[in-house]
Design a protein around this ligand. Sequence first.
Ligand SMILES: *Cc1c(COP(=O)(O)O)cnc(C)c1O
Length: 378
Amino acid sequence: MQYAIPFNKPYLSGNEARYIEEAVRSGKISGDGIFTKRCHTFFEQQLGFQKVLLTTSCTDALELAALLLDLQPGDEVIMPSFTFVSTPNAFVLRGAKIVFADSTAENPNMDVAALESLVTPRTRAIVPVHYAGIACDMDAIQAVAARHNLTVVEDAAQAIDSFYKGRPLGTIGALGAFSFHETKNITSGEGGMLAINDKQYANRAEIIREKGTNRSSFFRGEVDKYGWVEVGSSFLPSDIIAAFLWAQIENMAVIQQRRKDIWERYYTALQPLMAQGVGLPIVPDYATNNGHMFYLVCRNLAERSALITHMRQLQISPVFHYLSLHKSPFYADKHDGRELPWSDHYTDCLVRLPLYHELNESLQQRVIDGVLSFYKGR
Ligand SMILES: *Cc1c(COP(=O)(O)O)cnc(C)c1O
């Protein structure tokens, strides 16, 4: 079903095909070519990241992170239940046990106040997810991690160009994973990046990303031959992907300004619904908004279903989001039985509104009018 106003349309700068052609003509289209280096340099020199590596997806960046942590079967990793499958899946692949945390009443981010009660002697890592690009309370998370010697891996898939107390998200924990999937602010169709913020992981991250070989050191002339030095995989994207990504990164300021403007317009127009008990995104003082997502929290599941039906009749496609992973077919019988009511609440009640570059003011007004007409008299 095609809607006049879909949920998402990927932004295109117009230079994507040109840069891909350039990459093709350069004669080197495997990983770590000129466009990959350009992307790495941008993040390291302009955005203040210590070290980054492009990956084929955020899923792969998380899998790389899980390999770096050397998890043993039975080790525990704490993360929210209200997240994408890839967040736990990366660690389950290493044999880890996932301890799911609840979200907060304020927003879907993990409840930091209850975090320490989930720590056991087997806990190895905490994986906060910055939902909608809005920061989790990182000082509180880092404090728990420091007290129990845990590693923090930020799932910053949605959090490009967003900050916690002035620091870029994804650079605060030891590792940070980003996504450039078509639905994210900056995209290469499929794509991702690992930020390595703790030096102890820098060398091994390169090795694991290159099939467990020290090939990156070899290309820098640090060793005179390369070989198999540990278990790894192939997580580096073709330079064709990086060329596409570069065309987006170059236009990041334009993309971000537009998304934030759309977000602000939604917020201003829909704020009156709060008096009726409808939830709007809450951005804590320590966080910024990167315009990744605008959502409403309906009062119950029936209301959300009716709102989506109403909007679809208007040729507009809002969409709900995650289903609590502690209740998923794969994990339900492995979960420890704790109720996670806020995670379930967002599963039932959260709905995301269309937000993309081409959503001009008159199209957005149709979305706003649709939502307001639904709530009139309710
Ligand atoms: C999109 C997303 C992912 C997965 O990203 P891919 O690049 O598609 O692998 C992981 N976690 C969160 C929170 C996401 O939003």
